[in-house]
Design a binder for this molecule. Structure first.
Ligand code: H2U
Ligand code: ZN
Length: 343
């Protein structure tokens, strides 16, 4: 690998089949850059103008209960609707459209307006993990639903509409682009090698021990070999699991622990808070087995060199393929040091 470290090269993402261009000669070390002052907004634990705080009225007119733990509701502006009559439309197979049914929910992680998921205690994160699992099972059991996407946008830079700690769940009929690419690669690997792609990948990364950030009994956090975002992390279940409901109680505790660990490390890369989008990829719902699918989560943070200097996916990325300067190995090293620090 050493000769590659200083030379432009492309790396294959075996989970999607796509390439990323790596240009390590442009910036070997990310943290030598100037560090700007943090935006530094101090938030109150309760904000009377927040549509997600307990007891407040939401944009759609409903009023939130005086909740003490998590709080789940149907999105007042759902991107997907359950009642759409199924239809497909096409012209000469060049113009193709199909209706898409689904349900969108919002999950408030905590009544505290001033916390982030990473700032919550492990026990409270564990309760969020339980709701994620229950929602995957409940929404996935609805007739016609095949994919449940659990995700979070954290920080205004990622388009989060509100700093109150919350995430979203979108359940729908068809498997969207990103999980569909992963589904195809996992299936092909299983057919060709009679083993699970992510089990094999995790085993190799554990032996290489260069890109691992943190691990506990049940989960490993690593900067994937093919990472696109500067501090991208993938969280992979160590035992073969296809979805959150398959996790035992202690595995759920371990998931909460490692989530807290990664998010707290992120907040130490530059001045907190560290924006990101994250989400889980789980097997399709609808009753089939899908032994090829391996539960994992992706963390895509945009920051590159400071709280204000971000990676943009423009120009070459839009027209050709993703590109990065700092190597996944140097990002992993940095995150590993920060994850090891007690917070
Ligand atoms: P973000 O995760 O990007 O911040 O989005 C929050 C969601 O919360 C967004 O989809 C919903 C928005 O429609 N929302 C409500 O359903 N009701 C509200 O009163 C505020 C926000
Ligand atoms: Zn709030």
């Amino acid at each position: 690998m050493d000769v590659w470290r200083g030379n432009p090269h492309r790396r294959l993402n075996v989970l999607t089949g796509e390439y990323v261009l790596v240009s390590p000669h442009r910036a070997m070390r990310p943290w030598l850059g100037q560090v700007d002052a943090a935006p530094g907004t101090i938030r109150p634990p309760y904000d009377p103008s927040c549509s997600l705080c307990p007891g407040n009225e939401r944009a759609g007119g409903a009023r939130n209960p005086d909740y003490a733990g998590t709080f789940l509701f149907d999105n007042d502006f759902s991107a997907l609707l359950p009642g759409v009559v199924s239809e497909r439309w096409e012209r000469e197979n060049l113009l193709v459209a199909e209706t898409e049914r689904g349900v969108c929910r919002v999950l408030c992680y905590s009544p505290r307006h001033d916390l982030t998921l990473g700032e919550m205690e492990t026990g409270a994160i564990r309760k969020v993990v339980d709701v994620w699992g229950d929602e995957y099972a409940e929404l996935g059991a609805l007739p016609g639903i095949r994919h449940v996407q659990i995700f979070e946008n954290c920080g205004a830079m990622m388009g989060a509409s509100n700093p109150h700690p919350h995430g979203q769940i979108w359940a729908e009929e068809k498997i969207p682009n990103e999980p569909a690419k992963e589904a195809a690669c996992q299936l092909r690997h299983r057919e060709e090698r009679h083993s699970c792609l992510l089990c094999d990948y995790l085993d190799l990364e554990t032996r290489e021990n260069e890109r691992i950030v943190w691990k506990n009994e049940s989960f490993t956090a690593l900067v994937p070999f093919w990472a696109v975002w500067p501090f991208e992390v993938m969280l992979v279940a160590r035992p073969h699991r296809g979805s959150l409901p398959e996790l035992s109680s202690s595995e759920r505790d371990d998931l909460a622990e490692i989530l807290r660990r990664i998010l707290r490390a992120y907040d130490k890369v530059f001045d907190a808070p560290f924006p990101y989008s994250m989400g889980f990829h789980q097997k399709p719902t609808g009753g089939q087995d899908h032994p090829e699918w391996h539960l994992h989560a992706h963390f895509y943070p945009p920051l590159l060199r400071s709280t204000t200097i971000r990676k943009f996916m423009v120009g070459y990325e839009m027209l050709a393929q993703p590109q990065r300067d700092i190597t996944p190995e140097s990002s992993a090293e940095r995150l590993r040091e920060l994850a090891a620090k007690e917070s």
